[in-house]
Every structure is written in C-alpha cells, then in structure tokens.
Design a binder for this molecule. Structure first.
Ligand code: IVH
Length: 716
C-alpha cells in the first residue's frame, strides 16, 4: 500500500543523518558514568542536563526543537526519537520556568506547546472555525503542582474542580456537525487550518454520522483518532504472518493511516475515535457548563466518549488520580501517553483563556514510558576488572523513568548477534521495574538498507591484546592482566564502597594516576603522596589531604572485603567470606594449598592458585601487608605475628621497598627495627651494598636474610 509522503513523517521514519545537533548536545551535557560490579555485567551512563550557560542552552534547545519540528512536519523526516524529542521539550520547559535570568519572558510564553503543522500533500486544507490548540506539558509532579498553583493564584480560588482524563495517543481531529449531520473532519494542521480527512473518518466503525434531535446548529467536536490495543495486535499478527515489517508504534500507525489517500485501506485498519473537547458551538441549547457535562452530552449523542474520568479538588488529589491512571495505563485497552488535567467549569475556562498555542486551564502530564525507542549510534567495548569485555550500546540520549540514558550494557557478543543489532538501528530500551534499562529489541521497520551486521572487535580497546573467547562460553576476555583498562577497573573496584570505601577518588583521577604510572597495583594507593595527587592528579591540596586520610583509614578494611577487592577472576564475595573465616590473615590465605582452599568452591580455589602462581601477585600481598593493610581474621585473636619479639636491623639498599616500608612491614609482623647490630639483634636484612653491619652480624652469628627471604619469612 502506498502512503503519501507525510506518512513517513507521522510514522517518524527516521533518516540516517547524524545531525550536528547531536554533537552539540553531547558536548553540552554533563556526563557521569558509574560502573556496576563486573559480574552484573553492566554499565550505564546517566546524562543529566546541567548546562553551565542556561541562556546558550535555551537558544540551542529552541533552535533544535524548531529544526526537529520543521523536519517532522514539513520534510517528512526526523532524526530523533519521540522520547529524545520529549526530553528536549522538557528541558526547555524547565529552563523557561527559571524566568528572567534565562533571557525569556517566563513560563506563560513558553514555546513548549508549539503547534507544528501536519499538512500533507493530497489533502485539502480547510479553516477551523475556532483554532485547534495544543496542550502545555508537565513531565514531573512538581511541574503539575506548579501549574495547579498558578491556576489557583490567577483565579484566587483553592479547591477548584478538576477533571482528569487519559491522554489518548493518536492524532487530534475536529469533526463539524451541522444541523445534526457530519459535515467534515479535519486534522489540526497548523491550528488554524487542517487537512480534510472526512472520507477516511467516515470509515471509522464507531462513528455516528448524525446527532440526535436537539443538537446545536453547528458544533466542532474535538477528539482523537487512535488504534486500540487489540486492533494494533491483530494488525501486527497479520503482518508477521505475511512476513512484513511490524508497526512499531500505535500512534504512528493511527496518524499514518488517517493520512492515507485510499479510504479502503483505512477501513481495514479499524481505527477508533474518542471525543473530549469543543471548538465552535452555534445555536441552542447553550454550551455545556462543565467538562463533566460535555462528557455526558457526548455520551447522550451516542458518540464515543472518555470513560475513565476522575474528579479532584486539590493538588494532592489531582496528583493521586494521575498516578493511579499511570498504573492502569497498560490495562485501559487503548494507547495513552499521559493524563490531561482540565478545569471543570466552562466559565472558569473562559476566564483563564489561552495563549496562541495552548489553553491556560488545562495541561498534559506525560507518563514516563516503560519502553522507549532511540538510535544506536555505536557499540563500544568496556574492559572489566578481571578482563571481561562488555559491549556497550552508545545511544542517542533518551529519557526513561526519570533518567536520561545515553549508554546501556549489551552484555556479550552473543546478545548482539542474537538480536542482530546494527549500528544506526532504532532500538527499544526498557526499564520495566528494573534499575538498569536494557536494550530489548530492534525496530526492524526503521532499519536502513545499508546497515550491516556488527562485527565484534578482535582486540582489546585498552591494550590491543588479542581477545579470547573460549569454546562454548559467552564471555570475551582480555587475557592481559597488566592491561591498563583492567587496572583502572580494579582500582575503581578496590576503592568502591564494596571493598575499601575510599571516597574522593573517582574514575577520572584513577585514570590519570594510572596513566602517570603512580598506580600500578592497588597497593600503590598506600604509597600515594600529596604532591603526586596534586601534580599528576590535579587535586587541590585540601582534597589531597582528605583523600590521603581516607586511604589511611581504609587500612582497616576487613579480610573478606580485601580478598574480594583483589579482583581475582572467578572469586566473588561468597568465596572471599568463606576463606576469611578459615585463614588467619592475607598472607596465610595467599600461601594456602589448593586442598586447603577448595573446601567449598574448587573453581574459585583453582583461580586463587593460578593467581598466586604469578610472582607479582605474591608481591602485591607482601606490599599490602607491609604498607599496613593487614587485616586479621577475628576468629584468631592474639595470633602471634611472624616476627613477634624479633629485633631486626636493616642494612644496604632494598629494591622493592623503601626503608620505611620495610620497617612498617616488620613492625606489622610484631617485630622491632633497631639501627645498629648488637647482641640483642635477632635478624639482619641485608640489601645491595651492605657493609660493616653485615660483617658484624656475620661475626656475631646473627641470621642474615636478603630482601626476598624476608618477604618469605613474613608470609609464614
Ligand atoms: S484536550 C485545547 N484531552 O493531546 C486542547 N487532548 O498534546 C484540547 N489529547 O492536542 C485538548 N487526549 O491531540 C485533550 N483527553 C484529552 C486528550 C487530548 C489526547 C491530545 C490532543 C492534544 C494533545 C496535546
């Protein structure tokens, strides 16, 4: 079936252009990322609108919204999803409400209810008797309360009578009945004149062509053409059977169908109609005195009326009714994207009047969609702390459940292949009762013919190592433990509240300290100096001081947390807690055999053996202990340290420790460090270039250890 050009505009069939706007928007948004535990396999980025220059932002927003309106209404194209568009509108509303400092004339002259123009070639344009306005939108409860407050203020009345109706998600129409007969059906058009869709509207099965006796000489009835849930499902089932692409959105389907030039096709679609408002009214009887009376009249005239209406008096009652409607929305049987809140009394409505675009006596509250669609701009790879590679969807920022989402985890390569996600696709994002939105599918009907299947990269984005995917496993890994991407994540994990809870060090600071080679292991956190933080990390003196205090405090981190904090692949919190209950301290656990470790979890035990098979990981434990991170198992209080009551003398140059570090290590093991060798000396640790002290120790028969031997001694 051939749709006229503007079907595409209604169906929001997006063109594949990466508009300069997207770049500008991305640059002007504040992006903050937080990583979830790697085993959760996910990361999302929240993108908040927090412009530094509200006026500049306002101008940008207005220009962009105008550009989208122009694309949508006049050029039958769009490069933004409905939800992303709504996000822009919402941000504009908020900025406009900040009033004079934003350089605007305030909320009453908002452009956020702009009318657009749905005119389509092939349809005659006919003037409305009374302008067909749009509604201003509220996106939050506080927007709604602010609106109610404004109306209360300007009428000087509290406890007004409000009507709450569902906001039907279709296309607005105005039907004129003259002398009781249907004369014409128009779309809104530009608000002053609309497209004549009478022929198509006449195919609607539930629409009477005449009004009963006693109706006024002329009446313009305002309402919505939509497709109900059952008909939408039926149409899509038919298309599925025929192997045709499915309709993605009921509103686009209703709008596109109404603008079809072939009325026989319209008849097959079974569109519905509902009436909720009035335009012109001429002759007797008088206009209904209230919105409630209008609904009753619509019913009395056998026209399809709004069934789900609630009355309310206070802002609390209105908000309660809106929330309840939001809960019922999926069970209503028709598509709704919000609630419309109207003043009941017709005289009061008249008193409040309207701006050029919207009445001042009504507002549309938009529900947060459970599912939104947006554009998949890229798929990037995130390197996890144990090397797991997680593909991440980079999306056009879109609002869902009160948060703007620009990124979402795609979990693994398999999940991409299974859904055949392609760059440039329109994807569905869902947040049904979950905290993390998930990409749940692709809108194939909007796929560009040039889109190609995604090829999973072969190399690690952080260290360029060849990625590994074992036979039969869904997970792809970077095998390079010293990959800087992994290291950054390990340190992020270590400082997180789950492990050492070190506040004041985030991903950006970690990245610069890793890049500056100040952090090569988590133990290096305990070696950080104030000047390094200030120079390499660009941290202020005060913050550096506070951070160092936090790091110092984290030396008390408990044994299970520390084991978990080492980011050993396959070692989670449960295994860590079990070992922490059985081993005296970190060194004892690190030295344990496979048999000792594998009482409960042999896979995790193998992982630990493999981990400590690498000398640098043993050194890590030594370093942590030496630097004062030496938690003891509470089940073994008073356990004697490795060097309890031992007096040690250090001589020569040590390579892996400074003198101070070695001293700390010895003292942590219960030892005491003396400056000179005497008969009271139990042990001498001799580094490179050791001279007279070593000779003296040898002459007194005192045990002498080199650096490595000391490390070993401290472990047992
Ligand atoms: S009253 C003066 N009531 O939502 C404006 N509109 O976004 C009168 N809509 O233009 C509109 N359900 O197309 C009203 N119960 C309802 C509605 C409703 C859906 C549409 C209508 C309107 C748009 C505003």
């Amino acid at each position: 079936m051939a749709f006229p050009r503007s079907f595409n505009s209604f169906a929001k069939n997006r063109v594949a252009t990466l508009a300069p706007f997207f770049i500008a928007l991305t640059l002007s948004l504040t992006v903050s990322a937080f990583a979830l535990p790697e085993h959760a396999g996910a990361e999302i980025t929240l993108v908040n609108s927090n412009p530094t220059h509200p006026v500049g932002r306002l101008i940008l927003l207005r220009a962009e919204i105008a550009r989208h309106d122009d694309l949508y209404f006049r050029h039958n194209a769009s490069d933004i999803s409905d939800e992303a568009y709504d996000s822009l509108k919402r941000e504009l509303t908020q900025l406009e409400q900040t009033g004079p400092q934003s350089g605007t004339s305030g909320p009453t002259e908002s452009t956020t209810a702009s009318l657009g123009n749905d005119h389509t070639e092939g349809f005659a344009s006919v003037a409305h008797r009374q302008p067909m306005l749009s509604l201003k939108k509220a996106y939050t409860e506080s927007d709604l309360r602010a609106f109610i407050h404004r109306v209360e203020q300007s009428t000087g009345r509290h406890e007004l009578s409000w009507v709450i109706e569902p906001k039907f998600d279709g296309i607005a129409v105005s039907l004129t009945y003259e002398n009781g007969r249907l004369l014409r059906a128009l779309t809104r058009g530009d608000g002053k004149q609309g497209d004549d869709v009478t022929k198509n509207v006449l195919t609607l099965p539930t629409l009477p062509r005449t009004l009963p006796q006693g109706s006024p000489k002329l009446v313009e009835l305002r309402g919505e053409v939509f497709i109900n849930d059952a008909d939408f499902a039926r149409l899509n089932a038919q298309r599925e059977e025929a192997g045709e692409p499915l309709f993605a959105h009921p509103r686009n389907l209703a709008a596109g169908t109404l603008k079809t030039l072939d009325s026989r096709e319209v008849a097959k679609r079974h569109l519905s109609i509902v009436f909720y408002g009035l335009g012109a009214w001429e002759g007797i009887p008088a206009k209904p005195a209230s919105q409630q009376a209008l609904h009753a009249l619509i019913k009395a005239w056998n026209l399809p009326a709004v069934d789900t209406i609630t009355m309310a008096q206070t802002a609390d009652e209105v908000c309660g009714a809106v929330i309840r409607l939001g809960r019922q929305r999926t069970a209503l049987g028709f598509p709704t994207d919000g609630a419309v809140i109207k003043i009941n009394d017709t005289n009061l409505q008249q008193q409040l009047g309207a701006s050029a675009e919207a009445p001042r006596w009504a507002i549309a509250y938009k529900f947060q969609p459970g599912r939104v669609s947006t554009r998949l701009r890229a798929i990037t790879l995130q390197v996890g702390r144990t090397g797991i590679i997680t593909p991440v969807a980079e999306l056009d920022p879109v609002e869902i459940g009160g948060t703007t989402i620009g990124r979402a985890s795609l979990y693994n390569a398999e999940a991409i292949t299974r859904r055949d996600l392609r760059i440039g696709d329109w994807v569905f994002l869902e947040k049904a009762g979950e905290i993390i939105p998930r990409v749940t599918g692709v809108d194939i009907s909007h796929r560009s013919p040039t889109a190609v299947p995604f090829i999973f990269p072969q190399t690690c984005p952080a260290c360029a190592a060849q990625l590994v995917r074992n036979e039969g496993e869904a997970i792809t890994r970077c095998p390079q433990r010293d990959c800087l991407g992994q290291l950054r994540r390990r340190i992020e994990h270590y400082v997180s509240p789950e492990v050492a809870c070190i506040k004041g060090i985030g991903p950006a600071l970690i990245a610069s300290l890793v890049a500056g080679q100040r952090l090569k292991t988590v133990a290096d956190l305990y070696r950080l100096r104030r000047d390094e933080l200030m120079n390499t990390g660009n941290v202020s003196e005060v913050n550096a001081q506070q951070l160092l205090a936090q790091i110092e405090q984290s030396k008390n981190t408990s044994l299970p947390r520390l084991i978990y904090g080492l980011s050993i692949p396959g070692v989670g919190r449960t295994a860590a807690a079990e070992w922490a209950g059985r081993f005296v301290d970190l060194p004892h656990w690190a030295e344990a055999t496979r048999e000792e470790l594998s009482k409960r979890d042999s896979v995790a035990a193998d992982a630990v053996i493999l981990f400590f098979g690498r000398p640098e990981n043993r050194t890590l434990i030594d370093d942590l202990v030496m630097l004062g991170v030496h938690p003891k198992n509470g089940n073994h209080p008073g356990k004697i340290g490795k060097l309890t009551n031992i007096t040690v003398v250090l001589t020569g140059t040590l390579h892996s420790w400074t003198r101070a570090e070695a001293k700390q290590q010895i003292e942590a093991a219960g030892g005491h460090v003396a400056d000179s060798v005497s008969r009271h000396t139990d042990l001498v640790v001799a580094g490179e270039g050791a001279g007279s002290k070593l000779a003296e120790a040898q002459s007194l028969g005192i045990e002498v250890l080199n650096e490595n031997e000391l490390r070993k001694r401290l472990r047992y």
